[in-house]
Write a protein that binds this ligand. Sequence first.
Ligand code: ADP
Ligand code: MG
Length: 216
Amino acid sequence: MTLDSTWVRAWIERTAEVLTTERHTLSELDRQIGDGDHGENLARGFAAVRERIGQTPDDATPATLVKLVATTLISTVGGAAGPLLGTAYLKGAAALGDASELDARAVVALLTAARDGVVLRGKAETGDKTMVDAWTPAVDAAAAAAGSGAPPADVLRAAADAAAEGAAATEPLVARKGRASYLGDRAIGHRDPGAQSSSLIITAAADTAAGSNKES
Ligand code: ADP
Ligand code: MG
């Protein structure tokens, strides 16, 4: 099974669908500990991404497509999440280079670069109750899976499962970055919206990779 540019397109398409479906849930999470715009921000951003991806030539490489996600999110999404996720996709695109297919190591490189991009931009550490708390467990699980010889789709599934757990594990935390940090202890008991949306993005990657697996 190959994770090629067709897969990247499917991943982006699925991400746009899921973030549109989940926009109210994500904004509701953000209403609890932020300003309630997270779902709208991302749904709007990925609607723009979807439109622009549809205009790219058929032979666009995975990196070109991922970079287009980055520049679109940076230019269309207000708030913290646009630049943060934009930087994640930008660094992820750089890690892909000119490869036409991703093997397990490339998947780990993509996720690692994305996480490093979020950290570079936002300076959050693990446990600060941010999207980093989804990305870092995903990177660690992906590296472990790839290290034990798992194929790329299974590496993504391991990452997605860990991201979902990481997002859930933000609930008892106090936030140390972003708007939620103004709340102190009142953030306890609420899931971080950015960790949740990052988990959805990584799950969309795993779901579409599994789909292409069945077809091949
Ligand atoms: P805003 O907070 O500007 O309204 P969003 O609601 O779109 O932006 O995004 C909020 C999310 O951004 C938070 O749930 C958190 O995951 C993430 N976030 C905020 N600041 C940081 C940061 N410094 N590092 C990583 N993630 C952050
Ligand atoms: Mg917000």
